[in-house]
Design a protein around this ligand. Structure first.
Ligand code: AMP
Length: 226
């Protein structure tokens, strides 16, 4: 007898995982182990789900696009911010309406509130992990952004004079407030998206469509119960 096809789903570690699990549970797509505590990076899911064996990869949010684009995963869950920044060649069939936040330009309270653009001789120093989106945003205004790439704790950069502004994800605004920063401009709203490898979309059409349908129902149910 032929082995069942395997459908691989890449999930991001961290804050999105907690919100993803109830959607997976509704869809009958639960990992067999607690993915929030296990040190395993590959975890089995149901053995027979719409004719497939399900397997989960537990990876960093920034790597999900790469795994799905290269076909190492058939499906994945990624934030819109990362999709817009890296523009991977993947399909984006469903807004999961979780991980909601926004990408903003932020700066020291006094400078933003005084309407000081912080642009000096057509240039501005901006700390971010969103290099392309930041450069594009300023370019549209005819400003050259000296992008300072950081991997985290962006909020520190203006406090120590490393940057004039930051471009970062804001959810509650508490981190900004705790560091004396405020929002200057919102670039766009963010939520997590289900993404699919274009080849898997064709070769595993039935299973991929089944996941989309069940997760869509899970999202609708969640929205109704809010
Ligand atoms: P907050 O204090 O709730 O505004 O959260 C801001 C901090 O959490 C920033 O350092 C962000 O990088 C991070 N953050 C907030 N929301 C998200 C999200 N949905 N995905 C990834 N990082 C986030």
């Amino acid at each position: 007898m032929l082995d069942k096809p395997v459908l691989t789903i890449a999930l991001s570690k961290g804050r999105i995982l907690e919100q993803t699990l109830p959607l997976l549970e509704f869809a009958g797509l639960m990992p067999v182990e607690d993915v929030q505590t296990t040190r395993k990076l590959m975890v089995d899911g149901p053995d027979d789900w719409a004719g497939s064996k399900i397997r989960f990869l537990i990876i960093r949010a920034a790597d999900v696009c790469t795994y799905v684009e290269k076909g190492a995963a058939d499906l994945g869950i990624s934030g819109r911010d990362l999709l817009l920044e890296s523009k991977p060649h993947v399909y984006e069939p469903l807004d999961l309406k979780i991980g909601k936040c926004r990408l903003c330009v932020c700066g020291p309270k006094a400078s933003v509130e005084a309407g000081d653009s912080a642009v000096k001789s057509g240039r501005i120093r901006v700390a971010t992990k969103y290099d392309h989106l930041t450069a594009q945003h300023y370019l549209k205004q005819g400003i050259h952004a000296d992008v300072i790439h950081l991997y985290g704790s962006m909020e520190l950069a203006p406090l120590v004079g490393l940057a004039d502004r930051i471009v970062d994800v804001v959810e509650t605004g508490n981190t900004l407030k705790a560091n004396g920063l405020v929002e200057e401009t919102t670039l766009f709203d963010i939520s997590s998206r289900l993404i699919a490898n274009p080849a898997s979309f064709v070769t595993k059409k039935k299973q991929v469509q089944a996941v989309i349908t069940r997760l869509r129902e899970a999202v609708e149910q969640r929205e109704k119960n809010k």
